[in-house]
Design a protein around this ligand. Structure first.
Ligand code: GH3
Ligand code: MG
Length: 282
């Protein structure tokens, strides 16, 4: 390398090479921020292309070390800077999206039970009612409440009660379909919205849940003397009709059915149609 032009030309290619190698690190971070799938695969292809460019830059350095040509090294340098900036900005965007998604999830999740919270349920219920009316599809709802849950708190303490509630959400989720929406409605109450489910099927599901709870043993790790406890639940069921096609009305019917289940001795399922019958008898 005898003149400043050669020095500058080689310096630009070497700087470009360093920038390209340096871009591999944020690229690796970016790939791991993305969910596996098409998007991630495309960034793997991008990694392959960068490696290919690195080889190209090396080849150019060796082959044209004494050329003193400035234009090509300048394009190489700017190309490397472009790749680095694109990857850096993509990583920043991916991190922002991840943060927003986490916040969104936090916003709609009950912190204790880990299922949807009431705010989300209220929003989803309106949407599901609209959808059911538009497509003339049935829609049902189950309100599930643990019987005498206060006794668990009183007997074993609040932390054990919390543990039962944590377990409680998973138990319901394990019985319903993935398309059903399971949310904490209040203290020990869980609401299940079951799209495309007519009254009889909803009642059958509620019975299945009730039996599942009755047979389930809640093992509690926090108390060494406590092996397991059994619980029962009462369930109110209501289905969408032309008369109750509003979230408030449907919720009220489900709540009334649950109230009747409690007053009939608990550990049972009451549907809103039985509610009508009991009103007629009275
Ligand atoms: P019932 O059979 O009538 O449902 O009686 P219950 O004792 O279950 O009473 P109810 O459903 O009216 O009240 C729920 C109780 O759940 C009240 C409160 O002591 C308890 N609870 C509510 N939220 C929490 C919580 O986050 N953690 C714990 N440990 N207990 C809770
Ligand atoms: Mg209860």
């Amino acid at each position: 390398m005898n003149n400043p032009l050669e020095f500058l030309s080689n310096g630009l290619v070497i700087a470009g090479l360093i920038i390209l190698v340096g871009a591999l690190l944020p690229l690796n971070d970016l790939i791991h921020l993305l969910p596996s799938g098409k998007m991630r695969n495309k960034w793997y292809i991008q990694s392959g292309l960068i490696l290919f460019f690195i080889l190209g830059y090396l080849f150019y350095l060796i082959r044209f070390w004494d050329s003193g040509n400035l234009l090509v090294p300048l394009v190489f340098f700017l190309g490397a800077a472009f790749v680095w900036l694109t990857i850096h900005l993509s990583k920043q965007t991916a991190m922002d999206i991840k943060r927003v998604l986490e916040l969104e999830k936090e916003n709609i999740t009950d912190p204790l039970i880990g299922i949807y919270n009431r705010r989300y349920m209220d929003k989803r219920l309106d949407e599901e009612i609209d959808r059911a009316l538009r497509y003339q599809q049935p829609l049902s709802m189950l309100l599930i409440d643990i019987d005498f849950f206060k006794n668990v708190n009183d007997h074993y303490g609040h932390p054990v009660g919390d543990q039962v509630l944590r377990h409680w959400g998973g138990l319901i989720l394990s019985v319903v379909r993935a398309s059903d929406i399971v949310a904490r409605y209040g203290g020990d109450e869980i609401l299940v919205i079951t799209p495309s489910t007519p009254p009889l099927a909803a009642y059958a599901l509620a019975e299945r849940i009730r039996k599942h709870i009755e047979l389930h043993k809640f093992f509690l790790s926090s108390d060494p003397n406590l092996k397991s406890i059994s619980l029962t639940a009462s369930i109110g069921v209501a289905s969408l009709t032309n008369e109750n096609a509003e979230a408030v009305k449907l919720l009220k019917e489900t709540d009334q059915a649950l109230y009747l289940a409690k007053s009939k001795g608990r550990n049972c399922v009451i549907s809103s149609s039985e509610l009508m019958e009991s009103a007629i008898v009275e």
